[in-house]
Design a protein around this ligand. Structure first.
Ligand code: PMP
Length: 292
């Protein structure tokens, strides 16, 4: 990539000029929201779903986004166009903006909108065939009535603590339970299991983000005729599943071959996971907003 152009509040600046105030409440308090979006062959995949989630997150935390929905979409398209990137990743951040050192968001003048477009480091192809090793961790998912995991907020410490645990264990992704012991999601991916031909994912009210990839997989299940249930399950169900996989914008659909030392199914990507990944990769260049 030649010069990287970053959208900042309506201007396009170079990486070196893209600076945020130390008084920004996103920086000081994690007060803000974000989206991680993929561009596949010049197509912003499921752009609408990402923007819907962004505006829902903003409404929930009473953050006024200074751009209309249409203006935001145009800013995304224009930032991708200026960077000339056909395949890559978009990070869209809306922070509460600079304020004083107190937490009060009323002291912040206006929200800051930042769009970064760049290449993405993805899992090697063999990881999709072999599957990841995973563990469950002791950190519980934020309870929804404290801070809803449906809000894609800049406060990711809950997830980061889980990532630290998975790094220590040398695994690619970890599984978080909620306070009741039900499986919720990974540190930055949703989770699915397959048992006797039925595909399951936890309902998001248990404490999970409404992943855009998760939504795409749910749609694919119905299109491909897989029985699908959004239903609570426990670690036991994960251990004895025929297949387990994570979904996320960066990870796409990635199989899990081992959880807490239990080998899942045949110990590599199973047929349902493989098919869903194949079909997912067909829709990523089609569904969304075309830039090039
Ligand atoms: N859960 C969490 C906590 C996440 O941060 C993400 C985003 N990487 C996901 C799930 C997956 O969501 P999406 O498919 O929209 O990327």
């Amino acid at each position: 990539m030649a010069e990287q152009w970053i959208y900042m509040n309506g201007d396009y600046v170079t990486k070196d000029d893209a600076k945020v105030s130390v008084f920004d409440h996103g920086f000081l308090y994690g007060d803000g929201i974000f989206e991680g979006i993929r561009i596949y062959d010049g197509n912003i995949f499921r752009c609408k779903e990402h923007l819907d989630r962004l505006y829902d997150s903003a409404k929930s935390i009473m953050l006024d986004i200074p751009l209309s929905y249409a203006e935001m979409q145009e800013a995304l398209v224009e930032t991708v166009r200026r960077n000339g990137l056909r395949d890559g990743y978009i990070r869209l951040v809306v922070s509460r903006g600079p304020g004083n050192l107190g937490i009060d968001p009323q002291r912040c003048e206006r929200a800051w909108v930042i769009i970064i477009v760049q290449q993405l480091a993805i899992y090697p192809e063999e990881a999709y065939r072999d599957g990841l090793r995973s563990i469950s961790v002791s950190q519980r998912r934020n309870i929804p009535d404290a801070l809803s995991p449906k809000i894609k907020s800049l406060n990711y410490l809950n997830n980061i603590l889980v990532k630290i645990q998975s790094n220590l264990a040398g695994v690619g992704e970890a599984i978080m339970l909620n306070a009741q012991g039900y499986v919720t999601e990974g540190s930055s991916d949703n989770i699915f299991i397959v048992k006797r031909g039925v595909v399951y994912t936890p309902p998001t009210y248990l404490g999970a983000l409404e992943g855009v990839t998760r939504g795409a997989i749910m749609d694919l299940c119905s299109r491909l005729g897989y029985a699908f249930k959004e239903e609570p399950f426990t670690l036991h169900d994960v251990y004895v599943a025929d297949e387990v996989f994570f979904t996320g914008t960066a990870a796409e659909v990635i199989a899990v071959r081992e959880v807490d030392g239990r080998v899942i199914g045949e110990g590599h990507a199973g047929p349902v996971t493989t098919r869903l990944l194949e079909e997912f990769r067909k829709i990523v260049t089609v569904e969304g907003v075309k830039v090039f």
